[in-house]
Design a protein around this ligand. Sequence first.
Ligand SMILES: Nc1nc2c(c(=O)[nH]1)N[C@H]1C(S)=C(S)[C@@H](COP(=O)(O)OP(=O)(O)OC[C@H]3O[C@@H](n4cnc5c(=O)[nH]c(N)nc54)[C@H](O)[C@@H]3O)O[C@H]1N2
Ligand SMILES: Nc1nc2c(c(=O)[nH]1)N[C@H]1C(S)=C(S)[C@@H](COP(=O)(O)OP(=O)(O)OC[C@H]3O[C@@H](n4cnc5c(=O)[nH]c(N)nc54)[C@H](O)[C@@H]3O)O[C@H]1N2
Ligand code: SF4
Ligand SMILES: [Mo]
Length: 811
Amino acid sequence: MTEWKRQEGQETIFRTCAWSPPGCHPVGCGLQVHVKDGKVTKIEGDPEHPITKGSLCPRCLALKEYIYHPDRIIHPMKREKQYRGQADKWVQCSWDEATDLVANAANEITEKYGAETIAVFGGTGREGNNWYPQWANLVFGTPNSVYGQAGWSCYGPRMTNTAFMMGGGYPEIDYAMKFEDRYDDPRFVAPEVILLWGKEPLRSNPDGMYGHAIIEMMRRFGTKIICVDPRVTWLGTRAEEILQVRPGTDTALAMAFIYVLAHDDLVDHDFIDKWTYGYDQLVERVQEMPPSRAAEICGVPEDQIWRAARLYGNAKPSSVAWGLATDESTNGAQLGMCLVSLMTITGFLDAPGGTTLGMGDDQGNVVRDGGAIDSHEKVEDETESTLSLALKNGIMSEETWYTKRIGVDKYPCVGQVMWTVHPDEFLKALETEKPYKMHMAGFVSSNPVGTAISAEPQRWWKALKKLDFNFACDLFMNPTTQSCCDVFLPVASTIEHDGMVVTHYGLNSSFYGAQNKCVQVGECLSDVEIMMMVGKKTYPDFWNRFETLEDYNNFHVLRSWLPWEQLRNNVVTMSNEPYYKYKEGKLRPDGQMGFPTQTGRVELYSYAYARFGEDPLPYFEPPAYSPDTLPELMKKDYPFILTTGARRQEFFHSEHHQVPSLRQITPWPVLDINPADAEKLGIEDGDWCEISSPYGHVRQKANVTPTIKPGVVHAMHGFWYPEEEGSEPNLYGNWKSNINMLMPNSVNAKSGFGNTFKSMVCNVVKADSLGGDNEPNDIVVEASRQAEFEVQQVWRPEDKEITDADRVKID
Ligand SMILES: Nc1nc2c(c(=O)[nH]1)N[C@H]1C(S)=C(S)[C@@H](COP(=O)(O)OP(=O)(O)OC[C@H]3O[C@@H](n4cnc5c(=O)[nH]c(N)nc54)[C@H](O)[C@@H]3O)O[C@H]1N2
Ligand SMILES: Nc1nc2c(c(=O)[nH]1)N[C@H]1C(S)=C(S)[C@@H](COP(=O)(O)OP(=O)(O)OC[C@H]3O[C@@H](n4cnc5c(=O)[nH]c(N)nc54)[C@H](O)[C@@H]3O)O[C@H]1N2
Ligand code: SF4
Ligand SMILES: [Mo]
């Protein structure tokens, strides 16, 4: 292995693993960063990285343009509150002054109103996402960390199904990602069939599922693909079957898949008997969804459902990858239940070439941390989670945690698995000042006024502007910092700070990688350094234990297992987790065989859901907005089904739109529309279109393409115009093409999960231009209007006690 840092002539070459900023999930791709005179000269892939082997996507290749971009904020900035929304009123200040302003505001607000009136916002799985609960719980002593996506509809349903049905971890397709020798490791067997459900890993590489590995396995082993997707993707064109499902109806299709497996007896009875609970009830439930019925609901031919399910059921081994389409729909939690069942009943869970599980350190021992803390039961274990540290060190009281976290009383299911507020309830709390008035917010890797995380972004804009004090840790000005913030703390990129990266946050770790600092840009500091600086001014007794970043990295990394210096020298260390962990007591904290659920089995019939008043078995319900739920509205005004946000390699949500070599790939936001639909509307490729829903209207350019199902349109998310005027009301053209202007808040299911990002209704008409008035859309939607569309639930829980007969028994 080449050293992490070496000299070649006048250049120093660093080996490092990338995470964020700029945004990416913890994929940890290997970089070689060439540095001369303290500046990056070139970035290339690291051929010695066991997973990525030298390949990179365009975002890391453009890193040099990103870090040295002239618009990047590289010094701390402040602005008087009265000038919020005015781009020319920012003034440079020192780190000491900037962090004083933040800490003093927090200390004063805590004193006057209570720490719970401070909120810290995070976004998706960037590195900053590690820290926003720490900022909340440990820097400010507030329980209110906010992941602002309506219905917690990214990973919420998937994490909950994983936690409730399997007891934790995160299932991922097996691509030999845990072994040094990868595909050559004798333990590995390639999946014969991969079922890709609403996921496009070639573009998204979500959470460390390195998408390109699927192509490697297709080439080397002839692995076959089944795609369930309303769009024909690149992988779709190479798949055995592509089921072009009507957005949001997936649960019906997945129930029909289970129906076919049971009907043809393509399941592993031995595994089911020993390791699962509730198979018979599940089979009974799916009798309501034979392929003939699912075909009608989903718009997929009946014979294709039989064929695809049989292809999956006959494969040995088979693997399932579930994507964001599981979360961003109002029936998504139930889809997740079906997909966990599909991963399980074939017997290939945690088996070679199946769907892997992971929990723990390099020995496969259980490591527990972070979010999975019960909001209603006292925290008694000694694990050093953020929350237990906050409680132990007297930074936050138990009473504050158990009574002040907003929205989890209404949605305890969300509070159980996620360590945050319930996002929709939190927006209502900001607006109504009930149950109490909020006073301050910090944005640590989040841009809720912008174009990604928030539905009804103008409600967030209005609500956040009201607060007494706001700050952000970010890299560029954006609609949130420009409209709401008083202090801007400039963050160092992934190649400007030391840290670590682990796929799936350690919940299914392929490897641990070091992020090694290669250069310094301006005065930028890492998220952790900034957090430490403010922490020393709010809760010094706790934070003064860390002198340097290395102290903190050791504190953090050690909990994961490897001392920082060793990790840095290794650059990458494979997790080497074994298969069949459930047979060896490696999944349960008590060391017993089985899964860490109440029954010790994978609960196909979920006691945990029942406990929270949900149906313990999957059921189909049409999307909150669909031809079935809103027939009159639909027929008259909103004839299209809208899905949004399929990932593109050149952008990460709202990020990278400033970077010339990336923006030139997609200079304008595009709306995919089928040629038959475009023709009826008189729309040609490249025409501007106005897209509207009951909530708002925006413009994107038509991409007329047969790859989208007729009657369905797909809009890009995240699009803004950072080159435009930043002051209000334009806010960099934030309202012009922001598809989330069309999305409602608060349509989630009873469990509190789901939204319409991937299944909404809309109208499309041809427009003359992007629209030049720069006027924001009217704020038309009142909070009260939500009630109209609350999803109806028909089911009531059985109050069933678990008996010994239900618990796992191994002979
Ligand atoms: N380059 C890049 N990578 C990213 C991100 C990014 O912004 N840019 N974002 C990251 C984040 S936060 C996430 S959560 C992941 C998400 O990554 P993925 O889980 O891969 O999700 P998407 O790309 O949003 O959508 C996957 C597929 O679902 C299809 N789809 C749309 N509606 C439906 C539906 O109703 N049913 C079904 N079955 N399929 C549907 C889309 O056409 C698309 O091909 O990506 C992460 N990676
Ligand atoms: N219509 C539609 N909308 C969607 C989606 C969709 O499919 N359709 N997908 C949704 C999903 S799944 C998600 S997760 C959300 C994501 O939404 P967010 O995660 O909120 O994404 P951004 O709006 O890009 O805001 C992130 C901010 O963090 C900054 N940043 C990047 N890395 C770091 C870091 O390490 N530290 C700090 N301090 N800051 C950093 C960036 O500069 C940016 O300003 O979007 C959602 N929005
Ligand atoms: S997926 Fe792309 S942006 Fe993310 S770390 Fe890998 S190369 Fe970089
Ligand atoms: Mo996400």
